[in-house]
Design a protein around this ligand. Structure first.
Ligand code: ATP
Length: 135
């Protein structure tokens, strides 16, 4: 099965660098599956898990927005933050989810709802990446 290089980079570090058979991302216009030799493109990404397929394995990386650039020689995802499943602190993400939900349930004008909504999405995406997305 042919492969291409997938890199996931944040301002702090290279989170992921592997040869993969396919990558599935959630772009702003919907889900996008990239196979080897895909035409070059750039798309903004939603806060959602990225799925990398290698042989018969699937790996999930929590990617918090950013962009995907499909180049001739590789695919590069640039994000503000990203974590491999193994690096995700599940209890921290659960606490962040509860905190954001509490904030969103409050009606005061001084609560920044957009910020709480983004924090909620990051927490949900982290939990989904480790298969812990039960209510
Ligand atoms: P929290 O409220 O728990 O800090 P957050 O969504 O506000 O969560 P971010 O601002 O997205 O956190 O990330 C700050 C840094 O902490 C980043 O380097 C990110 O990778 C890391 N990080 C945040 N939450 C987790 C987690 N649950 N497990 C592992 N790393 C995390």
């Amino acid at each position: 099965m042919s492969t291409f290089r997938l890199e996931i980079v944040t301002p702090e570090r290279k989170v992921y660098e592997k040869d993969v058979n396919m990558v599935v991302v959630k772009g702003v216009a919907g889900e996008l599956g990239i196979l080897p030799h895909h035409i070059p493109l750039v798309t903004p990404l939603k806060v959602a898990p990225v799925k990398a397929k290698i042989d018969n394995k699937e790996e999930f990386i929590a990617v918090h927005g950013g962009f995907m650039e499909v180049r001739k020689d590789k695919v590069v995802i640039l994000a503000e933050a990203a974590e491999l499943g193994a690096d995700i602190d599940v209890s921290r993400a659960r606490l962040a989810k509860e905190r954001a939900e509490r904030r969103l349930a409050q009606k005061q004008a001084d609560i920044n709802h957009q910020r709480a909504e983004m924090a909620l999405q990051r927490a949900i995406s982290r939990l989904e990446s480790v298969g812990d997305n039960k209510e």
